[in-house]
Design a binder for this molecule. Structure first.
Ligand code: SF4
Ligand code: FES
Length: 336
């Protein structure tokens, strides 16, 4: 049964995937606008997902054998497909509404300090708020605030911005040898802790910077040096004894401002890099340059051109779905 495939549809688009595939990964096989956003799932980190709820979708038909819809929206990063399943993402007004609520929730404690945050321009929460956020907050209480903490001499934790996605905890747990870092307390008291603020020194701990979807963990060697859209990313490699040595160099003029792992279209690092490559090799002479890094049209790094919503055929043919996606369709018209 190794070749068995389940046939499902997502927003009316059919796809065949192996049993055990999650709805999110099935959607990624189709690609484009129907892929749910994911703030906590990270395909290479075991156990990730299920924390942020940004990837909620509607299962309007459970399977061929049991066509009943699922009673509630489900987290697509944690729900596996069944044969004959029908899923709605951007074609479901319920999903879009719930996503707005999730974004509002994530922004309750998140400071609006994008103008001074190093992550601005490549922050997934910023993108999400742009797509689904409200113009104003309804939250009237005091936000949580924390002192900034240095995690070693190269990484800074700015807990105010953390959305508790757990990705950095999984990196510390799965990529480094001694984990001294986790989440303590619960509910709105939960926070990232480095166990009595122990510095995390390990060859791979710098990857927490790359996996953090917001600006909570930043590279101290790059802090406040440049807005990302003023820098030019270039793929490069070196013969590194510790990691693959395949990185992206971020240039401003002739200076390498920072080194990061190479990321895919879902903002996930393709290969984790070591701290020597990340923090200590900042001269062009250290690297063999390859080519300019391909940058998504949706990124501000790509000359401020936001991507255009490409309505799947199912929306074009259905007036009810057109009404449900009115906002996105109107934005597409404005950007044309
Ligand atoms: S610090 Fe960043 S990666 Fe870690 S839990 Fe918070 S948001 Fe996620
Ligand atoms: S990406 Fe699915 S719950 Fe966070």
């Amino acid at each position: 049964m190794a070749d068995e495939k389940f046939k499902i549809t997502i927003d009316g688009i059919p796809v065949e995937v192996a049993p055990g595939t999650t709805i999110l990964n099935a959607a990624r096989q189709i690609g484009g606008d129907i892929v749910p956003p994911a703030m906590c799932y990270y395909s290479t980190l075991e156990g990730s997902g299920g924390k942020c709820r940004t990837c909620l979708v509607k299962v309007s038909k459970g399977s061929e054998k049991d066509p009943r819809p699922m009673p509630k929206l489900v987290a697509s990063c944690r729900t596996t497909v069944m044969d004959g399943m029908e899923v709605q993402n951007i074609t479901s007004p319920d999903v879009l509404d719930a996503r707005k609520g999730v974004v509002e929730m994530l922004l309750i404690n998140h400071p609006l300090d994008c103008p001074v945050c190093d992550q601005a321009g490549e922050c997934k929460l910023q993108d999400l708020s742009y797509e689904h956020g409200l113009a104003e907050t309804r939250y009237a209480f005091k936000r949580r605030t924390f002192e900034r903490i240095d995690i070693g001499d190269k990484i800074q934790l700015h807990m105010n911005r953390c959305i508790l996605c757990y990705r950095c905890v999984f990196v510390a747990d799965q990529l480094t040898e001694k984990r001294e870092h986790g989440i303590i307390h619960r509910g709105d008291h939960a926070e990232i802790s480095t166990f009595i603020e122990n510095a995390l020194d390990s060859d791979f701990i710098g990857n927490v910077i790359d996996v953090c979807p917001v600006g909570a963990l930043t590279d101290k060697t790059f802090r406040f040096k440049s807005r990302v859209w003023f820098s030019k990313p270039v793929d490069a490699h070196r013969d590194c004894p510790t990691c693959s040595g395949k990185v992206t160099l971020w240039y401003k003029g002739e200076e390498v401002l920072r080194v990061t792992g190479r990321k895919d279209e879902y903002n996930e690092v393709k290969e984790f890099i070591c701290d020597t490559c990340r923090f200590e090799k900042k001269k062009t002479a250290d690297w063999v340059l390859e080519e300019p890094t391909p940058v998504s049209k949706q990124s501000v790094i790509d000359a401020n051109h936001y991507g255009i919503f490409n309505p799947p055929p199912v929306i074009k043919e259905n007036t009810r779905l057109q009404e449900a996606n009115e906002e996105q369709l109107a934005r597409t018209e404005r950007l044309k």
